[in-house]
Design a protein around this ligand. Structure first.
Ligand SMILES: O=C(O)C1=C[C@@H](OP(=O)(O)O)[C@@H](O)[C@H](O)C1
Ligand SMILES: C=C(OP(=O)(O)O)C(=O)O
Length: 421
């Protein structure tokens, strides 16, 4: 049975705190794969306690011991971790052994055909254990490279491209990817290339062609920055609170994480971010800026729920694009947002891929229960509504562990009361 959290906040309190966020799971999961591919020449510092990172770390350590006994089939279960599923599909293709790569029931509905096909064209031996185009995958490695130039669709998930790019320098012929269609979540591909560069791996990116030659990793240390996606929930608290100032140590204004653009996006809601001695701080010190333009979230899909919920709670009828990929994440996030926003009278309407909020019937009932659909970001995006709703219930509160296990503990630090039922 899942447990729920009842979240409340005493209006009289001001919010002022320094919160130490855990490391970015995106950076960590790349760092772990790169470390392993480099045969431990690359070290990692500030590893995240996100469940997706803990899982990948455990899998990679376990695979180290498997190497000596490669005659047995090995089941590798990533649970709900999308990056682990996609990165390991490429990683295991090059590894000696027979693997069954699987995950949660939801993972089995998240497409992987584009990546599996690309890997097969490079020379990997992959088949679908259940449904064509979806996990689980049977992978028999190591691959024998037959091609170094492949086309790959860019508009479904950037994780397929990152997975291939990390493997590329280890392939005898290197790899050139020709990206077909618009590249979604582009900052995540840039993060992959930047982290590879820190480890001595060069690339060329010319138009829609990315090339990485066969190269050796150099001894280096990847220092993981705290998670900007997690920071977004603190921005949302400041946006909805009467008075609040939050500082987040070790976050960098210029980050490898595309979600650092929450700094600029939150200016719409009157927040300003400043650099501090050891990180950043933000507060609400300006009026809300009425913007008439549509906000495109294609480069920061993980911020979508945060921004949509804050806009709704402030009664701003904003319009958004770039939400297409939300349907294949931990849940169909568009449907989940529509269901849960309805509980405060807000509609999220779609017309030709433009999503518009209709807040004309916005109201805050005394008690609201939010379903989370096995999606950490549903829980964390809606939790700040406790500033406006007397008794806010967040169902299956533990779901936050995927990326931010101490979320509830951190909320308590600034005066939220959390009781578990
Ligand atoms: O590469 C990554 O670390 C990620 C890329 C994004 O996925 P898509 O590329 O599928 O949009 C993002 O939503 C996910 O949380 C993490
Ligand atoms: C989409 C996400 O993760 P993943 O795709 O790695 O499961 C996320 O953390 O919001």
């Amino acid at each position: 049975m899942h447990k729920n959290a009842i979240v409340s906040f005493k209006e009289t309190q001001n919010i002022q705190a320094e919160i130490q966020l855990t490391g970015s799971k995106s950076e960590c999961n790349r760092a772990l794969i790169i470390k392993s591919l480099s045969k431990n020449l690359v070290k990692v510092e500030n590893l995240s306690n996100a469940a997706d990172t803990v899982t990948l770390n455990a899998i990679l350590s376990d695979l180290d011991t498997y190497e000596s006994d490669s005659n047995t089939d090995k089941t590798v279960d990533v649970g709900p971790a999308g990056t682990a599923m996609r990165f390991l599909s490429a990683y295991l293709s090059a590894k000696n052994g027979n693997f069954l790569l699987t995950g949660t029931e939801r993972m089995k509905q998240r497409p992987i055909g584009i990546l599996a096909d690309a890997l097969k064209r490079i020379g990997a031996n992959i088949s679908y254990a259940e449904k064509e185009g979806f996990p689980p995958l049977n992978i028999s490695g190591p691959l024998n490279q037959v091609s170094s130039q492949i086309k790959i669709k860019g508009d479904i998930s950037s994780q397929y491209i990152s997975a291939l790019l990390m493997l590329a320098p280890t392939l005898p012929q290197g790899l050139t990817l020709e990206i077909i269609g618009e590249l979604t979540s582009k900052p995540y591909v840039e993060m992959t290339l930047a982290m590879l560069a820190e480890c001595g791996i060069s690339h060329e990116w010319d138009g829609n062609l990315i090339t990485i030659e066969h190269q050796e990793f150099k001894p280096s240390t990847l220092i993981v920055e705290p998670d900007w996606s997690a920071a977004s929930y603190w921005y949302s608290i400041v946006a909805l609170a009467k008075e609040a100032q939050i500082s987040l140590p070790h976050l960098r204004e210029k980050s490898l994480q595309g979600d650092s653009q929450i700094q600029q996006i939150m200016e719409i809601f009157g927040l300003s971010t400043t650099k501090t001695d050891n990180g950043i701080a933000f507060k609400k010190d300006q009026a809300i800026k009425k913007i008439n333009k549509v906000l495109d979230l294609k480069t920061c899909p993980d911020l979508a729920q945060t921004i949509v919920v804050v806009s709704a709670a402030l009664g701003l009828n904003m319009a958004f694009t770039g939400l297409e990929t939300l349907k294949i994440k931990e849940t169909d996030r568009v449907a989940a947002l529509q269901n849960e926003l309805a509980k405060i009278g807000v509609k999220l309407n779609e017309d030709n891929l433009v999503y518009t909020l209709d807040c004309s019937e916005l109201h805050f009932p005394k008690k609201v229960s939010i379903a989370t659909y096995e999606d950490h970001r549903m829980a964390m995006a809606f939790a700040p509504l406790a500033l406006l709703i007397e008794e806010l219930e967040i169902e299956d509160y533990n779901v936050v562990e995927k990326s931010y296990p101490y979320f509830w503990e951190d909320l308590k630090k600034v005066g939220f009361e959390i009781s578990i039922s």
